[in-house]
Design a protein around this ligand. Structure first.
Ligand code: SF4
Ligand code: SF4
Length: 397
C-alpha cells in the first residue's frame, strides 16, 4: 500500500517524537536500516572468539545474518525508530551495596515490572499511531529478544554512542534506559549519528570486578557477571564466584562508575510507573530468598524479569553471595538446601559452606557434607561437595 504522509501542524519527525512521548518513551530517534561496518566486524570477531559463551543463538548463521542485515527482518524496511525508556538508577553506590553482604544486589532495571512486556505493549501502540500518520503500512516491533543490533542502530540514529562497556549512552540520560525498536516501511528522514564521548576514560574497564571488558567496547560474556547470573544456566567457574560478591541478578558496576551517569543523575527523567522499583527487589535479604520454594518464587517474580533465571538460577546466585559474605548466620540456611531437588542449588550450597570455613559449626558442616556425599548421585554436585570437604579439612591442618 502506498504510504501517504498526513498534513499536520508539526513536522513529521516531531509528530513521531510527540507520539513516542505520549506512550511513555523518554527519547525517540530514527535511523536507516543499515549497520555500520565497524559494528559488523566487532560482532563477527566477538562470536569468532567465543565471547558469546553459551548463547549459541548469537552465533547461529541465520540470526547473525539478520543482525547484520536488518532488511531480512522486515521486507521493504525503510526506517528504524529507536526508543529509550528510562528506569530508576540504583540509589546505592558501589561501596554501599558491597557493605551489606547479607543482602543481594539486583540490577536496577530489574527492580520493577518486566520491561519486555511494558515496552512491547507501548511500541505496538506507537506503531498503530504511525499507521494513522503514514497510512496502513508494514511494521515490526522489537524488544531485546530478536536478532537486532540495537546499540548500533541507536548510535546511527543519534540516540547515543556505544560506550566502552558496550551499552548505549545518551548525553543527557546517561545509560540508565532500555532500548526498543520499530522497523517500518515508512521512509522517514534519519537523524544524525551520535558521536562517541568516552574519550580517554576507561573507568568501566578498571572497575569491572571480573575484568570482563577485555578491550574497549568488547565485553567477554564468559566473564561478565550479568551474563553469568542471568543467562548462564550452569555451574559458575570457581574463580569467578569469589569475584561476584553479593551480586545476585546482573551487575551495574560499569554503569555506576560511568561519569555520564553522574551527569544524568542531576537531570529529571520521566519514570514509567510500571518500571518503578518495588522495594522488595532493592537489596533483598539473602536468607529469605534462599527459602523460596518453586511456588513462592513464581508468585514473587511473576511480573519481574528475574523469573528469567528460574528459581534454580537465582538461588544458585544467592548461595554464592552467602559463601562470599563470610557470615556464620548463613550456615543453617545453606545446610537446609543441601537436599534441594535442583543439582545447581545443592552444588553451590556445598561450595558456599566450604567458603564459610572460618566460621563456627565446622564439625557440623563437615558431617553434613560427608553425609551428603553418601547419597549424592550427580557427578558435578559430588565434585563440588568433595572440594568443599577438602577445603574445610585443609583449613584444619
Ligand atoms: S556488567 Fe559487571 S561484570 Fe559485566 S562488564 Fe559491567 S562491570 Fe563487568
Ligand atoms: S565509564 Fe568512561 S569509558 Fe566507560 S562507558 Fe563511561 S565514559 Fe565510556
Amino acid at each position: 500500500m502506498a504510504i501517504e504522509q498526513k498534513k499536520a501542524y508539526f513536522p513529521l519527525k516531531e509528530q513521531i517524537q510527540l507520539k513516542a512521548r505520549e506512550h511513555g518513551f523518554d527519547r525517540c530517534y530514527v535511523s536507516k536500516p543499515c549497520v555500520d561496518q565497524r559494528h559488523l566486524q566487532s560482532l563477527q570477531n566477538w562470536v569468532d572468539m567465543g565471547m558469546h559463551a553459551e548463547m549459541a543463538w548469537m552465533a547461529e548463521e541465520l540470526r547473525l545474518q539478520r543482525r547484520m542485515e536488518p532488511m531480512q527482518l522486515l521486507a521493504g524496511v525503510q526506517s528504524v525508530i529507536s526508543v529509550a525508556l528510562c528506569y530508576k538508577p540504583p540509589e546505592y553506590t558501589l561501596t554501599a551495596a558491597a557493605s551489606k553482604p547479607k543482602t543481594g544486589v539486583i540490577s536496577a532495571y530489574a527492580h520493577g515490572d518486566d520491561y519486555h512486556d511494558v515496552m512491547k505493549k507501548r511500541l505496538k501502540a506507537l506503531a498503530l499511531d504511525l499507521d494513522l500518520l503514514f497510512g496502513k503500512h508494514e511494521q515490526r516491533v522489537f524488544v531485546d529478544t530478536a536478532p537486532v543490533l540495537e546499540h548500533a542502530l541507536a548510535e546511527s540514529g543519534g540516540l547515543g554512542w556505544q560506550g566502552k562497556h558496550s551499552l548505549t549512552i545518551h548525553q543527557n540520560l546517561g545509560s540508565w534506559f532500555l532500548l526498543g525498536e520499530i522497523f517500518t516501511t515508512a521512509d522517514i528522514e534519519a537523524d544524525l549519528p551520535a558521536a562517541n564521548h568516552c574519550g580517554s576514560c576507561s573507568a568501566c574497564m578498571t572497575i569491572c570486578p571480573t575484568q570482563a571488558i577485555v578491550a574497549p567496547y568488547v565485553v567477554d560474556a564468559r566473564l561478565c557477571i550479568s551474563y553469568l547470573t542471568i543467562e548462564f544456566d550452569g555451574f559458575i567457574p570457581h574463580p569467578l564466584r569469589v569475584l561476584m560478591g553479593n551480586r545476585i541478578y546482573g551487575c551495574d558496576d560499569c554503569q555506576l562508575i560511568c561519569p555520564w551517569n553522574g551527569h544524568a543523575a542531576k537531570k529529571t527523567v520521566l519514570l514509567d510507573d510500571l518500571l518503578k522499583p518495588r522495594g522488595e527487589n532493592d537489596l533483598p535479604d539473602l536468607a529469605a530468598l534462599l527459602q523460596l520454594d518453586e511456588e513462592a518464587f513464581r508468585a514473587r517474580f511473576r511480573k519481574s524479569p528475574i523469573k528469567r533465571t528460574k528459581r534454580r538460577g537465582l538461588l544458585r546466585n544467592v548461595c554464592i553471595a552467602m559463601g562470599n559474605a563470610g557470615d556464620a548466620q548463613f550456615i543453617p540456611c545453606l545446610m537446609a538446601v543441601l537436599d534441594d531437588e535442583e543439582p545447581l542449588i545443592r552444588g553451590h550450597a556445598a561450595w558456599a559452606l566450604g567458603q564459610l570455613v572460618d566460621q563456627v559449626d565446622r564439625a557440623d558442616t563437615l558431617a553434613a557434607l560427608v553425609q551428603m556425599l553418601e547419597i549424592e548421585k550427580e557427578s558435578t554436585v559430588r565434585r563440588e561437595v568433595e572440594l568443599a570437604i577438602q577445603h574445610i579439612r585443609m583449613s584444619d591442618e
